[in-house]
Design a protein around this ligand. Structure first.
Ligand SMILES: [Zn+2]
Length: 175
C-alpha cells in the first residue's frame, strides 16, 4: 500500500464539536454515534476497481450505548437503522461510527481492533479530556489510522484548517 492508497478524512468543524460535546455529556461512560457524509472513489484505478480515496463527514447522529460502560460501547441497532434512514433522506450515507475514550487516549483498544468490520467504514475515536480526534479503518484485521483534517468553520471567521493535511484536504473538500 502506498501513501496515495490511504483515504483522507475531512470532518466538518461543527460535527467535531458535536461529537466532543456528546463525549463530555456521557461521562463517565463512553458515548457512541453514527457519522453521515459521503465517500469519494478513484474510479480510474486498475484492479481491483474503484479505490476509496476520501471520506467526508458532514453530520453526526448520537446513538445509545447499550453497554453503558466507561470502557465499552455497543451502538443500539435501532439508532443505527434510524441513522441510515436519515442519511438516505439527505442523499448521503452512514460512512462510519464514533465513540469516546473517557480516560484513555483516542487510540483503538484491543476490543476496538477485534470488533471492527467493513473496509470502507470509518471509526472515529475522540477524547473528551484532550479534545483529540482520530480516525481509523479496518485493514488486515485491525484498525489502521487515517489522516484527518477539520474543515474551517464558515460561521467562525478566521477559523483555519487543522491537522496539517490542508492541501490534500482542500482539494478533497472542493471536489
Ligand atoms: Zn474504543
Amino acid at each position: 500500500m502506498t501513501a496515495t492508497d490511504i483515504p483522507r478524512v475531512v470532518l466538518a468543524a461543527p460535527t467535531v464539536r458535536a461529537v466532543l460535546a456528546h463525549a463530555a455529556r456521557d461521562l463517565p461512560d463512553e458515548c457512541c454515534g453514527l457519522l453521515i457524509g459521503s465517500r469519494e472513489f478513484d474510479t480510474t484505478a486498475t484492479p481491483p476497481g474503484p479505490v476509496l480515496v476520501g471520506v467526508r463527514v458532514e453530520t453526526s447522529v448520537p446513538a445509545r450505548n447499550l453497554r453503558r460502560s466507561p470502557t465499552r460501547y455497543l451502538i443500539d441497532p435501532a439508532d443505527h437503522f434510524a441513522a441510515i434512514r436519515a442519511a438516505r433522506a439527505q442523499g448521503r450515507d452512514v460512512v462510519g461510527a464514533y465513540h469516546s475514550h473517557p480516560t484513555d487516549p483516542p487510540d483503538p483498544s484491543a476490543t476496538d481492533h477485534r470488533d471492527a468490520s467493513g473496509t470502507q467504514f470509518l471509526y472515529l475515536i475522540v477524547s473528551p479530556v484532550t479534545g483529540a480526534v482520530k480516525a481509523f479503518r479496518p485493514s488486515d484485521g485491525r484498525l489502521s489510522p487515517l489522516p484527518v483534517c477539520v474543515e474551517p468553520d464558515p460561521t467562525r471567521p478566521g477559523s483555519q484548517w487543522r491537522y496539517g493535511w490542508s492541501r490534500r484536504c482542500r482539494r478533497l473538500a472542493s471536489a
